[in-house]
Design a protein around this ligand. Sequence first.
Ligand code: SF4
Length: 210
Amino acid sequence: MDIDKVMQYLEELYPDPDPELKYENDFQCLVAVILSAQCTDKRVNMVTESLFKEYPDSFAMAQLTQEKLEKKIFSLGFYHNKAKNVLALTKVLNEEYSGKVPRDPEILETLPGVGRKTANVVSSALFGANRLGVDTHVFRVTNRLGLVDAKTPLEVEKQWTSMYPKYVNHDSHFRLVLFGRYHCKAQKPNCAECRLCDICKYYKENHKSL
Ligand code: SF4
């Protein structure tokens, strides 16, 4: 089956997919994922290294003002909204969840600044929830390969979850992200070195003379 061939190949490429975002507890994981919107993980890590040292949990983070947090995360882009969301999230976590990150992705999704992708990524990474986070890389790679035929991230998630339940987990998400980030890139996919050409819909459509 094509899906097994794809996922075996990705497992060979990324046998032990370590998250590129750095964090030391559940709260930091959630904040790092929120801060990573429209930004590289490398840049987020540069900012969070000192931020998390000074403010390691939601109670410490709650000491920050909007202005101070904006200054600390300025280089990440969308700093105003990101700071607003992180502080609102911190308040809800402290007041309603004793500072703990909820395990249930449905609950996570109701928190300030947490969309479906973030809820899925965080709940599968931290708590092993059977959810697939669909970011821009997962969306592109799964459609290009023809494993799904979807117009929105939610459609990708729904089709993937119903067709490939075995691969609804964080490792699969992360391997698809790494493959999209470094191999099947948005502008110039590295098809010349890809072992999936024979099953890839995008490759076949763009190499019709072969
Ligand atoms: S053949 Fe090209 S487009 Fe298809 S998955 Fe491989 S790199 Fe991506």
